[in-house]
Design a protein. Structure first.
Length: 473
């Protein structure tokens, strides 16, 4: 049971850091929505999301490659870092040469320099952080996340309240924070020493690029599935509606947050235990707990969406609640899809990640064209949900070729139907919708009571509050 305890321990450590940082960001939503009009907030979000699209192109995907290759037990970690940094430097130079092409997009006039800085600072921070995570230093990885968020908040307060820099101040806060934390890791975590000790290995670089390059279109396809709907909504519904839709996206990040906390710990455990005979049992059992928790958190977020909007958003964003339930269901589907994708990561099958994400992106584009004109921004949310469901089904079938683990399809279907019911009664606002929603939530709790109990007992045991039977043994 050591692998389960290690996974739980890493998840708790990363969870403390991640929840602390993201909670601070959510608490600042009143500041963002008060300082930025919906149109301005939409512009800031589109700048950030466009930069996120360019990030994998500007690094050739090597930040993820550095993490995966440094995880291998027999890897020369300093050489992995040195080789990855060399590839990143060459890719960044190419990005700078091609960056004038951004001036062709009129929407970003005056913001091109900001997009360039955002991309470069993010990749620098990311390669440092991923290397630290691959070296099994979860406490430092969690701490740097908190420090990064604290810096973003400090600079937001400075740039938005004191200097009234609007959109530029909102985005520049992220840029400065990423650069400062990257430098901190370089010095405090001793990465500069590993860079000096490592060597530039051309053979390793070829392997690294062979793994990383398929991740570029994969990331782009996921970006299309995640973000293209905001461009469609801006185009078809206007900046104001798109601003509400972008704000609504922030609430399901509570679930995405839970997903990422687990996934960051899971990647390490999945690779480290990849050679164990009990791998199939390990994957199957963890997926059962993980999926149950995702559905429960998703149901809670969907049911409380109006409360979140009242507490966190300015009054001009009050109408954004209507998009949150469907976007939350999409976040649940995304979380389950990500778990299945971890099998590809373990087996280094990035080509399959590419193909499955491509199907999702193409479906998303077609559904956006079909659903947004008749349904408005709600059509975009439905398109995102259906796209993730498609990829999840494909991955669930294909991963069994590499790691055959048990999936309880009956419970999975029951959870999906209960979540769909909660979303439907919440959005439709039928009479006594809250009572219907609470009843469905209770049924979901009963269906997942074992998973919830085991997770709570395991978490308390790791925190030293309660010792589990496994710990006694």
């Amino acid at each position: 049971m050591n692998q389960y305890r290690k996974l739980m321990s890493d998840t708790i450590i990363l969870g403390i850091g991640t929840f602390a940082s993201k909670a601070l960001v959510l608490l600042l939503m009143p500041l963002y929505t008060a300082c930025l009009l919906p149109e301005q907030y939409n512009t800031a979000e589109l700048i950030s999301q466009t930069a996120n699209l360019l990030i994998p192109l500007a690094c050739l995907g090597v930040t993820d490659g550095v993490f995966r290759f440094a995880l291998d037990s027999r890897a020369d970690k300093p050489t992995v870092l040195r080789t990855g940094a060399g590839a990143l430097a060459a890719a960044s130079a190419g990005f700078l040469i091609l960056s004038p092409l951004l001036f062709l997009v009129d929407y970003f006039t005056g913001y091109v320099w900001l997009i360039i800085l955002y991309v470069l600072a993010s990749n620098f921070h990311s390669v440092c952080a991923q290397y630290v995570r691959a070296n099994d230093r979860p406490k430092l990885f969690a701490a740097q996340g908190i420090i990064n968020t604290a810096l973003v908040i400090c600079f937001n307060l400075l740039f938005l309240l004191l200097f009234d820099m609007g959109v530029v101040g909102f985005v520049l806060s992220v840029v400065v924070a990423d650069f400062m934390v990257g430098v901190m890791l370089l010095i405090y975590a001793g990465l500069y020493r590993d860079l000096a000790r490592g060597r530039l290995d051309r053979g390793l670089m070829r392997e690294l690029l062979r793994y990383s390059l398929p991740l570029i279109p994969t990331t782009i396809f996921w970006w299309i599935t995640n973000v293209s709907d905001r461009y469609f909504v801006t185009w078809l519904c206007g900046d104001s509606i798109s601003g509400l839709y972008a704000a609504a996206y922030k609430i399901p990040t509570l679930l995405t947050l839970v997903c990422m906390v687990f996934y960051e710990a899971w990647q390490f455990s999945a690779v480290r235990d990849a050679e164990e005979k009990a791998q199939s049992e390990f994957f199957g059992r963890v997926f059962g707990y993980y999926s149950g928790l995702m559905f429960l958190v998703g149901a809670g977020v969907a049911l409380l969406c109006r409360v979140f909007v009242r507490l966190l958003f300015a009054s001009s964003y009050a109408g954004s609640w209507v998009y949150i339930p469907v976007l939350t269901a999409a976040a649940v589907a995304s979380a389950l899809t990500m778990f299945m994708g971890s099998v590809y990561m373990v087996k280094k099958k990035t080509r399959l990640s590419f193909l499955t994400s491509m199907f999702g992106a193409l479906a998303n584009l077609a559904l956006n064209f079909s659903l947004i004109p008749p349904l408005g921004a709600q059509g975009a949310a439905i398109a995102t949900l259906l796209s993730y469901l498609l990829v999840f089904v494909i991955r669930t079938v294909t991963v069994q070729k590499y790691i055959r683990f048990k999936v309880d399809y009956l419970k999975l279907s029951a959870n999906a139907l209960l979540l769909a019911g909660i979303c439907a009664v919440t959005v439709a606002a039928v009479p006594f919708w809250w009572a219907f929603g609470a009843g469905l939530m209770l049924l979901m709790l009963l269906a997942n009571r074992r998973e919830l109990y085991d997770c709570l007992v395991g978490a308390l045991g790791q925190l030293g509050v309660l010792k589990t039977r496994q710990n006694r043994n």
